[in-house]
Write a new protein. Structure first.
Length: 317
């Protein structure tokens, strides 16, 4: 376990990651997911849509209007797009987890209620090769609309059964989520923007049934802005989108500048790729060799090259 340490803004990631360059500018971006065919899907939450970048041409198009305020996106083991429809930045949030078959366009609702109550705002999702999905359900928006009394992490089994696997007090407000390449460790960003709230990265052991245990702290970003989304490379290192240049309230500082923080599975900070825009939200790997980082930050999608390839469940060897 390690606490965050300051990294000079000119420093880039160790082992060969160059600077990031803007690809497209829009509004509040989130949830990048890179398909094996080169398309990169990402959410424009403010404008309630999912956009698609064709990396071969640089052209960006609208993939889905009326996206249900989609936040996180991910491709599952079969290459289907999993989307977390949330409830932030305006009306129209559907507060559910859906799956899209890109070949047919068919959308399947995986879950929209737990014990008869609507979810708060599904935020991010991780997928196992066996078909299990894990998603986070915080509430960063209007808390008067909460039907649940908790902010939790859920597992969706291939059978469709939904199980709440993590909640308070073990975590405060779950945000980003990811799996290790061997799918035996579940990582959760615990980002609670209140006085004394967690800005922590947790790790949990995961058994065959998808039950987490053995909670341990990987990194604590406090008192700065903590992590949001994250990705994992083939060596198990975490790439965490975190930090802010201009604090939004009295409960966060600019002590953690915006960037992609590379952290080993033991919690050792290996480096930082500075990002020049607030608010950095998420990151994924893509490209033909899985060495391209796609980073959402405020109104911009950035790209950067990395020496170590990323791990993606739909592109596992």
């Amino acid at each position: 376990m390690s606490r965050w340490r300051a990294v000079p803004k000119a420093e880039t990631l160790e082992r060969g990651c160059g600077g990031a360059e803007p690809v497209v500018g829009v509004a509040f971006l989130e949830g990048p997911a890179a398909h094996a065919d080169g398309r990169v899907f990402f959410s424009d939450i403010w404008n309630n849509r999912i956009l698609c970048l064709d990396a071969s041409t640089g052209q960006t198009t609208v993939y889905r209007e009326e996206s249900g305020r989609t936040n996180g996106n991910l491709f599952d083991a079969q290459g289907r797009l999993i989307s977390c429809e949330g409830s932030e930045f305006g009306p129209g949030g559907r507060r559910r987890l859906v799956r899209t078959d890109l070949a047919t366009g068919q959308v399947t609702v995986l879950t929209e209620r737990y014990e008869g109550r609507r979810y708060n705002a599904p935020n991010d999702v991780a997928a196992r090769a066996n078909g299990q999905l894990f998603f986070t359900d915080p509430c960063y928006g209007d808390r008067t609309q909460m039907e649940l009394t908790h902010e939790s992490v859920y597992r969706v089994d291939p059978s469709g059964v939904v199980t709440r696997v993590l909640t308070q007090p073990a975590i405060q407000r779950p945000n980003g989520i990811a799996l290790s390449p061997d799918e035996r460790t579940l990582y959760v960003v615990d980002s609670c923007p209140i006085a004394g709230g967690n800005r922590k990265i947790w790790a949990f052991d995961l058994n065959d049934e998808g039950e987490p245990s053995g909670q341990r702290l990987i990194l604590d970003f406090a008192p700065g802005r903590g992590g949001d989304g994250m990705a994992v490379d083939v060596e198990g290192n975490l790439y965490i989108a975190a930090g802010i240049a201009h604090p939004r309230h009295g409960h966060e500082t600019n002590e953690v500048p915006p960037g992609i923080y590379v952290v080993s599975p033991r919690g050792d900070l290996r480096g930082c790729l500075p990002i020049v825009e607030d608010v950095i939200t998420n990151v994924t790997f893509g490209g033909p060799d899985c060495r391209t980082l796609y980073i959402t930050a405020g109104k911009t999608l950035f790209t950067a090259r990395n020496e170590i390839p990323g791990w993606l469940v739909h592109r596992r060897s």
